[in-house]
Structure formats: structure tokens, C-alpha cells
Design a protein around this ligand. Structure first.
Ligand code: GDP
Length: 360
């Protein structure tokens, strides 16, 4: 799937850069253009492999918006035209989708991404998706509250929002900050493989996944998740059937970007590996297992020919918002917002309209 990427904010820029790098290193050529947009100049200066664009210089002078996502949204609103012009030549007639990438808990990305998605929807006919990073459980209340509002608006504006939970793809016990590099690397590899798996390869069989299957899986809209797992392939085809089942299970149950999201409206299973090691029977068996597990009637399956001594499974779920994890997160976001509001309450003023008279 040929995509254009726009990273908004710090996490958005870093992840976009990693995705562009992975795609180039692997020679996939799925990423057609990548741009990082931020209101904080130092965050843009640390990026080396993508073009960058500073926004909101008249308001915050390159210093960023802190955790103020409303300001992030306002800045994007004012500078949207400038960002859209910056996309000239990056979103081309070959582009099949646009991804706006952002950390949802901060300011610039949290507020700016939903606004940018809205603006892009007015201009382009291809689907506009969000790739959103949810704050981990231990990140502060402001992150949770910001991410809740950002996610709600993204779900309204984007054709689908692929969520990566910051708690999902790092080792237990490792701090989230310490794990950023690891997480970003995994996002780049896994989402990068998804982009590339939708690239039709000339001269290969019809079991190979193409872009329309990725787009159709995301057509149900709402929240999407991506799972991945891999194991070494064998010379024995019976063994490879078992391996395909194992990696498909792991991808959904333990390797997912959104823990506990297993029911969905639609799903796509991609088995990546050397064509002679990918067992058709195994792919079909795993696809049927995924149908049962997700309780979806719309489960697509296919292969992605790749030079590798491993067999990998990618599981993309579409319409996965009914998961416990999302419920739990939205609950945390609501609580954080209520707590922030009660801190702002002027208690003296609250007493002002009580029916008691003051003593003097
Ligand atoms: P912004 O620059 O104002 O948009 O704010 P950030 O992009 O720093 O967003 C903060 C959120 O993104 C928090 O939930 C952070 O945990 C998360 N975050 C920041 N940097 C990274 C990163 O490099 N990788 C990942 N996975 N998350 C990040």
C-alpha cells in the first residue's frame, strides 16, 4: 500500500522517521513521502531522515505547547494551509492512503492530529487514517485526559484509527520513556510490514495480499489494532502448518498493539515468509481460527512473500472498539478530566451562592 505519512508532535515525528527509515532499509518503497510537523523546534531538529515543518511560530515561537492540546488544535487550525502545501509532491496520484501519526497524550500531536485529519479529508479522496499512540497506564493524568479527547475526535474524523498502546510492545519492568526506542522500532517494523504487505508484487499468485484488503479491513472505521509474531520456518511443511497457527495465535493474543482487543468487525491475517515455506493449508486454518476468535464474518487472509528464514503473522483488526482495554482507558481519561476540573474549582466561589448569609 503506497502511503504518505505525516507525523505531528514529538512522538509523531519520531515514529514517522522510523517508519520511513525501515521502509527504505527494506527496499519496500511503500512510504511515498514523509513529513514531520511540530510547534517545538528542538524536536524537529533532532529528526534527520524526514522533512520537517514548524507550525505556530507566531503563537509559541518554536517552544511547543506543553501539554495544552487545545492550543495544539488551534495552532494546527491556523497553519493547516501551510501544512497542506507542504504535502505537495508527497501525496501523489499513486498514494493509496494517508496516515497521520501522533502521540495522543501530549499537546501538539494530541490536538493537532484530529484537526489535520479533518483538513485532509476535505482535500483528498484516499482514506485518511490515524496512527495514534496511547499513553501507558503509568503516565500522568494530563496524558490520559488529553488522549481521551484526542481519541474521541480522531474516531469521528479519521477513516480508522490504528492504536498502539505504549504498554503493549515493551518489556515488563522497563519504564515507558526508556522503552521508547524499542517501541518505536517495533511500530516501524510491524506497521512498515503492513504497508509493504499491501504492495502487489508482479508475477505472484492470487493468495498474495493487496492494498485493497488492508483498506477493506479498515473500512468498518473506528479503532483498529495490529498484532505480530514470528518464528523460524522449517523444511517440513507439516511443521510449518503448526508454526503458522502458533504465530497467528500469538499475534492476536500476546503480540497485539492493543492488549485484550480480540473481538472486531473485520480482520486481516497476513503470513509473511519465503513462498515455499508458507503453507496454504496453514494460512486457511489460521484464518478460520481468527474468524472464531474475533467473532467476525469478515476475515481476510493472504501471504506476503518475503526473503526470510522466519514465518511471521500480522493480524489487523478493524472495528475493535468494544475491547476492555479501550473501555478501561476511556474510564481513566474521564477520571483524569474530572480530577483536573475539580482542582480548578474555586472553592470560595462555590460557597458564594449558598443560601446562608455571611456573618459580615
Ligand atoms: P507533543 O510533542 O506535544 O505532541 O507530545 P508528545 O509527542 O511528546 O506526546 C506525549 C505522549 O506521547 C506521551 O503519552 C508519551 O508517552 C508519548 N511519547 C512521546 N515520545 C514518544 C516516543 O518516541 N515513542 C512512543 N511510543 N511514545 C512517545
Amino acid at each position: 500500500m503506497k502511503v504518505a505519512l505525516i507525523g505531528v508532535g514529538q512522538a509523531g515525528g519520531k515514529v514517522t522517521e522510523r517508519l520511513a527509515q525501515f521502509d527504505a532499509d527494506m527496499g519496500f518503497d511503500a512510504v511515498q513521502g514523509a513529513l514531520a510537523v511540530n510547534s517545538a523546534k528542538p524536536d524537529l531538529q533532532s529528526l534527520e531522515f524526514v522533512d520537517t515543518q514548524l507550525i505556530g511560530a507566531d503563537r509559541v515561537n518554536g517552544h511547543g505547547v506543553g501539554g495544552d492540546n487545545e492550543l495544539g488544535a488551534e495552532i494546527m487550525q491556523s497553519d493547516a494551509q501551510q501544512v497542506l502545501s507542504g504535502l505537495d509532491g508527497r501525496v501523489t496520484s499513486k498514494s493509496e492512503a494517508i496516515f497521520v501519526v501522533a502521540g495522543l497524550g501530549g499537546g501538539t500531536g494530541s490536538g493537532g492530529a484530529p484537526v489535520l485529519v479533518h483538513e485532509l479529508q476535505q482535500v483528498y479522496d484516499v482514506p485518511v487514517y490515524a496512527l495514534g499512540i496511547l499513553p501507558g497506564r503509568n503516565e500522568g493524568a494530563l496524558y490520559q485526559a488529553n488522549a481521551g479527547r484526542s481519541l474521541k475526535t480522531l474516531a469521528r474524523e479519521a477513516d480508522a484509527t490504528l492504536l498502539i498502546d505504549n504498554d503493549a510492545w515493551h518489556e515488563q519492568g522497563e519504564s515507558v520513556e526508556g522503552a521508547f526506542e524499542t517501541i518505536n522500532g517495533k511500530i516501524a517494523q510491524r506497521v512498515g510490514l503492513l504497508f509493504a504487505s499491501g504492495e502487489a508484487v508482479e508475477g505472484v499468485g492470487e493468495s498474495v495480499v493487496d492494498s485493497s484488503e488492508v483498506i477493506n479491513t479498515l473500512r468498518s472505521g473506528g479503532i483498529a489494532s495490529l498484532g505480530y509474531a514470528s518464528e523460524v520456518a522449517s523444511d517440513d511443511s507439516g511443521e510449518n502448518i503448526r508454526t503458522v497457527m502458533t504465530v497467528a495465535r500469538q499475534a492476536l493474543l500476546t503480540g497485539t498493539s492493543l492488549p485484550d482487543a480480540t473481538t472486531a468487525d473485520s480482520a486481516l491475517l497476513v503470513i509473511a515468509g519465503e513462498p515455499e515455506t508458507v503453507p496454504r493449508k496453514g494460512v486457511e486454518k489460521a484464518r478460520r481460527w481468527l474468524e472464531d476468535e474475533t467473532e467476525s464474518m469478515q476475515v481476510r487472509g493472504g501471504d506476503f512473500p518475503l526473503e526470510s528464514d522466519r514465518l511471521g503473522a500480522l493480524v489487523l483488526l478493524g472495528g475493535a472498539e468494544r475491547s476492555e482495554r479501550i473501555e478501561e482507558f476511556m474510564q481513566r481519561a474521564r477520571e483524569a478530566k474530572r480530577a483536573a476540573e475539580s482542582e480548578q474549582t474555586d472553592h470560595a466561589e462555590e460557597f458564594a451562592d449558598e443560601r446562608l448569609e455571611n456573618l459580615f
